[in-house]
Design a protein around this ligand. Structure first.
Ligand SMILES: [Ca+2]
Length: 271
């Protein structure tokens, strides 16, 4: 037997682990110091942050950092280590556009909590993450005086400081008559609600009707809504579903124009 005529050799093979590309295998000799190479894989298609290396492909934590110095990881001659790139996936936000009346905006219905009802976050490592509305102030909505579309930004940050932002549109409609609208049996003001064909059958959190809505549960209401949502104009120019139609004479239109010029539209001039 000869004693250590040649130093032991071991190898480190790098794997993209969800990313792509290839990196050169590192060949190491016993009793020598090496610097791990810079990570040069292509990132995964999901927005990610690179955390470092781990010999366990399924770990969400890195045990070796990029460019870390290593020495004598093993004394076993010919041993091969497999180093997997560890990625943190950015959280995913799912949200829906929202619709409110100007009356609701002005009376403080559009709270941050209300806007958070229609957004969800999922994160591969954390499960879920806390969401906020960026730069939220209720006065953005309370101070409105006319129909508006406001873009809000939802933002969330996971435990590895990986932030995702997503925008949604909040449409505020001045329904005009709403202020004078009748009261419900419980004394609350009745609001005019808007709902679009793309949303009315979806879950409430995705812009659809509330689970307890009469428009969902009551067969007469449901059928009326379905007919309205499937309303199409035929080749004869008639709508397939008509509840009520209004006809305006030239004189009526002139009167309306005069009224608007005197008083403004939707209470914007006269309170
Ligand atoms: Ca994450």
């Amino acid at each position: 037997m000869t004693a250590n005529a040649e130093a032991n050799t071991y190898y480190i093979v790098f794997h993209p682990n969800g990313g792509s590309g290839s990196m050169t295998t590192l060949t190491c000799k016993y009793d020598q110091t090496y610097t791990l190479p810079a990570m040069s894989f292509t990132y995964p298609s999901h927005p990610s942050k690179y955390l470092g290396w781990n010999t366990d492909a399924n770990s969400y934590y890195a045990t070796y950092a990029e460019k870390q110095q290593i020495r004598n990881l093993t004394s076993v001659n010919g041993y091969t280590f497999h180093f997997y790139a560890i990625w943190d996936y950015a959280p995913d936000l799912t949200c829906a556009d929202r619709y409110f009346t100007l009356y609701e905006a002005q009376t403080g219905v559009i709270t941050e909590a209300e806007l958070l009802q229609t957004v969800t976050s999922t994160d591969r490592e954390d499960g879920t993450t806390q969401i906020r509305v960026k730069n939220y102030t209720i006065n953005t909505f309370k101070d409105l005086t006319a129909s508006s579309v406001i873009t809000i930004t939802y933002t969330t940050t996971d435990s590895r400081n990986n932030t995702t932002e997503k925008q949604a549109k909040v449409t505020i409609v001045d329904t005009g008559t709403t202020k004078e609208g009748p009261m419900d049996f419980d004394g609350k003001k009745q609001y005019v609600r808007f709902i679009a064909a793309d949303y009315y059958q979806k879950d409430y959190t995705f812009g659809g009707l509330e689970a307890t809505s009469k428009w969902r549960s009551d067969v007469t209401y449901r059928n009326t809504l379905t007919a309205a949502m499937n309303n199409v104009k035929g080749e004869d120019g008639n709508w397939s579903h008509v509840v009520k139609s209004y006809e305006f004479s030239t004189e009526d239109i002139e009167q309306v124009k005069q009224y608007v010029s005197d008083n403004g539209i939707g209470n914007s001039i006269r309170e």
